[in-house]
Design a binder for this molecule. Sequence first.
Ligand SMILES: Cc1cc2nc3c(=O)[nH]c(=O)nc-3n(C[C@H](O)[C@H](O)[C@H](O)COP(=O)(O)O)c2cc1C
Length: 351
Amino acid sequence: MHYKLFETARLGPLHLKNRTVRSATNEHLSTLDGQITPAWVQVQRELAEREVGLIITGHMTVDRSQRADEGQVVLDRRIDHSLLRQAAEEVHRAGGRIVAQISHSGLKGMERVNGCRPKGPDDFTEEELDQLVEQFIDGARICQAAGLDGVQVHHAHGYLLSNFLNPQENHRTDSYGGCLENRFRLPARILAGVRAACGPEFALLVKVDSNGCGDLRALLRLCQGAGVDGIEISGLDFATRAGEKKPFFLHEIMEAREDVEVPLIPVGGVFSRKTAEQVLEAGFPFVSFSRSLICQPDFISRMKENPEAESRCFACNGCYKIYRQRPVRCVQHTQPLKQLEIVFGPYHQKD
Ligand SMILES: Cc1cc2nc3c(=O)[nH]c(=O)nc-3n(C[C@H](O)[C@H](O)[C@H](O)COP(=O)(O)O)c2cc1C
């Protein structure tokens, strides 16, 4: 199979205009209490207008009491439905597709923002897990009602579902802990519940770590067995790779993908059209981008116009904290974003 970056493609129920994916990227553009904003909508629209095939929104928490930071959108019944709908409509008008990443912050919940300690796998009663499953399903229903094309359930990067999969962070002795099948029980219930509630025409994706559960091959098969439409693959150490401009986890994924038919989407370290094409040549049908699109939201259209296109991103990881220091999203940007100033307050050096 020889995939081309700028050809139409199918991912589960979705028809995409090309094989590029904007990997979930926290926009940090909510209000202080987690409401989406016109600035958040604008980010999604601009990406679609600039040729991103599939946009995955920044992680939205399904639990208001466990946010990852004060700029993170909360996805519950209080969300501004008209803005969410506007985002879907504007992305569709530009020929794109949009999927919401839904998450629980788990051990990465921010105590300063939430006023309570982060909650990990060991802290949930079985009743609370039942409730959590419903919160994820409800989040997916809200997205579907607003016209979004699907959800990506976040199982990566040390957030709650990643904590459940990780034997070092899940010490439960009941049916949610122990072997990988048990550690996958909560994800399996969420995935089955979302599918049952939203149906086969609503895309169901997951993002997993290549190195978080001890057996990537088995994890991919479990996700496939859960009926997902696509698996994006990152890794727990993605944020430690400043300056690395080559695909992050390709080797590990290639070793693990045998017998996996569901589309796999590597993410990390792709900063040029040539590298994106190498990922496709390695047999992956889609390729994801995050920091290059923070730096240059038009990077996909630049690649479309120019086969030699390279991102201006330094891969410096400054985007992980610059918004707390100056009202910009990339160290190279000079145009201030008012919404960042509103949420993160007067600018001075913070960690
Ligand atoms: C500012 C910022 C915010 C991010 N937010 C999310 C997020 O909300 N959910 C997620 O799964 N990954 C998030 N990521 C990780 C990216 O999706 C991606 O996995 C990682 O940046 C590697 O891809 P890249 O080399 O193309 O940047 C974020 C990355 C950055 C730089």
